[in-house]
Design a protein around this ligand. Structure first.
Ligand code: NOJ
Length: 551
């Protein structure tokens, strides 16, 4: 596997850098900031969608898969960007949203106009004989998963917003279209693909109600046919190159399925995103609640997945942040007292682990959630739906707002903070989403005297230097020590012991004597003493390397 030593940066184009003053980031803005990206030593950039879209779900509602939305630039801009990134040794990963199209997509529009070929692209169903919706499924964005299909009396399925109609992958034409889209971008030199919500493409042909007490997603997530469709897509497109890198976004997936998707023998995907560790601050599994995260549960999940994927020869994406998550610093760190050190612990804990680390735009300078004061500050459709549902469920306006404040996807979508000026140096116009704490965190200050960006640089360099970081196996360590997230990596005679203190207080524990002859290759503890009795201050991290291991 030749991507094990690579690190991927996730860039949200709408919020990165606005070159033309319209308040929205764009491709020329990214070109203008290439030096910054290059300085981080990343290998590939995953771009959130910039295709033609009504933007009801910020580009995940695509109306034309082969054109750049004019808001973001032109195809010439894109080609220039790919060329310049290639010259800088940085690959391009595009976001393929193939579970659904925008209802503005010509396929859906033709279907609405009565074209049978395109009607067969979607899940169109009659209501039940008693007039009820075809099934009792819920949309993942709140409300029901069905909307009237024009005035035909039928309904179409939408697992997300009602402007995102689910495609029927049982139809071979749909699968052919999907491969054609991937191949269109391969022809432009793109070698990376992130597949949106890929494990829900295998809904049954006969859609049935979820039984009482069962969540509808269990009926259509990770069905066996998903593996078959991915194999087929790989063979017809990205699988034809050795250097392609693919990642499937796998909502609520299981470990056996994740191994199945990524074990190289299966010829499916390079890796998957799974989200279990990012649900450890959900009360009773419900995102729209406010709870402190459960460290023991988080650690158990990280170990179960780390060891399980390692033993099954699968591969996972390692990440704390993305455009759908509040900032990890606010969830797992302590931004008031240990902002820098928490950022470093979060970074080290995944960059030294087994899998491919992703850095989400702004994470490398320690960006945190915005301090919004009103629902009007939020743009995201999911946040507004959730707020309305929380009020309807009896929460007060203050309670509902506090929950949205903690959980909104807009928390991570705020503009990149380049400097401390009014619009954070992101735009000369009015930003589409407000930055709020650029005086505290911004690129200019971080590059001058910060300690987060250069910590990421060092971690990325280490992954390339030490094969054990890129390719070693993974084993849990020190699970009896409170607040310690630690693991061992091993490759032949090389070993790495990674110790992370997630608490805002010091912890003490012992390590086997033989590790004391090792070398500390990175830490954030001034004056750290390598001895059997370890003292780790609040939010600190240490990695010890050896190359003298025998069986
Ligand atoms: C997952 C994407 O990451 C999210 O932003 C989007 O809303 C849904 N998929 C639907 O496409």
């Amino acid at each position: 596997m030749d991507f094990a030593d690579k690190v991927i940066y996730q860039l949200y184009p709408k919020s990165f850098y606005d070159s033309n003053g319209d308040g929205i980031g764009d491709l020329r803005g990214i070109i203008a900031k290439l030096d910054y990206l290059q300085a981080l030593h990343i290998d590939m950039i995953w771009f959130n969608p910039f295709f033609v879209s009504p933007q009801n779900d910020n580009g995940y509602d695509i109306a034309d898969y082969r054109r750049i939305d004019p808001r973001f630039g032109t195809m010439a801009d894109f080609e220039e960007l790919v060329r310049k990134l290639r010259a800088a040794n940085i690959g391009v990963m595009l976001d393929m949203v193939l579970n659904h199209t925008s209802t503005a997509h010509p396929w859906f529009q033709r279907a609405l106009a009565g074209d049978k070929k395109y009607q067969a692209y979607y899940y169109l169903r009659d209501p039940k004989p008693n007039g009820d919706l075809p099934t009792n499924w819920e949309s993942k964005f709140g409300g029901v998963a069905w909307a009237p299909f024009g005035d035909t009396g039928k309904y179409y399925l939408h697992l997300y917003d009602k402007t995102q109609a689910d495609l029927d992958w049982h139809n071979p034409d749909v699968r052919r279209e999907a491969a054609d889209i991937v191949n269109f971008w391969r022809d432009k030199g793109v070698r990376g693909f992130r597949f949106d919500v890929l494990n829900v493409i295998g809904k049954d042909e006969q859609l049935v109600d979820a039984p009482a007490g069962v969540e509808s997603k269990t009926l259509y997530t990770d069905t066996p046919v998903v593996h078959q469709y991915i194999k087929e897509l790989a063979a017809a497109s990205f699988g034809q190159e050795d250097d392609s890198i693919t990642v499937g976004e796998m909502s609520s997936t299981s470990l056996p399925n994740a191994i199945g998707y990524t074990n190289p023998a299966n010829k499916e995907l390079s890796m998957v995103f799974q989200f279990h560790h990012l649900k450890t601050d959900y009360e009773d599994g419900n995102k729209w609640t406010r709870a402190r995260y459960d460290f023991d549960y988080l650690r158990q999940l990280l170990h179960d997945w780390g060891e399980g994927i390692s033993a099954g020869d699968g591969w996972q994406a390692l990440f704390w942040n993305n455009h759908d998550q509040p900032r990890a610093l606010n969830r797992f760190g302590n931004i008031d007292h240990y902002r820098v050190r928490s950022a470093q612990v979060l970074a080290a804990s995944i960059h030294l682990s087994r899998g491919t680390p992703y850095i989400y735009m702004g994470e490398e300078i320690g960006m945190s959630d915005p301090d919004y004061t009103s629902m009007q500050d939020y743009v995201d459709i999911e946040s507004h739906n959730a707020y309305a549902e929380l009020l309807a469920a009896g929460k007060t306006a203050d309670e509902a707002f506090a929950i949205v404040h903690a959980k909104s996807r807009d928390n991570s979508r705020t503009p990149m903070q380049w400097d401390s000026s009014q619009n954070a140096g992101f735009t000369t116009g009015t930003p589409w989403l407000k930055p709020t704490n650029q005086d505290l965190v911004n690129v200019h200050d971080e590059l001058e005297h910060g300690r987060i960006f250069n910590f990421y640089q060092r971690l990325i360099t280490l992954r390339k230097r030490y094969a054990v970081i890129a390719r070693g196996d993974y084993r849990a360590f020190g699970t009896d020590v409170d607040w310690l997230y630690a693991y061992k990596r091993r490759l032949n005679q090389e070993g790495l012991l990674v110790l992370n203190n997630f608490a805002d207080h010091e912890i003490k524990f012992t390590i086997p004597d033989d590790w004391c002859g090792g070398k500390v290759i990175i830490d954030n503890v001034p004056g750290f003493q390598l001895q059997p009795e370890i003292t780790l201050p609040a939010f600190s991290t240490v990695a010890i390397y050896r190359n003298d291991l025998n069986d």
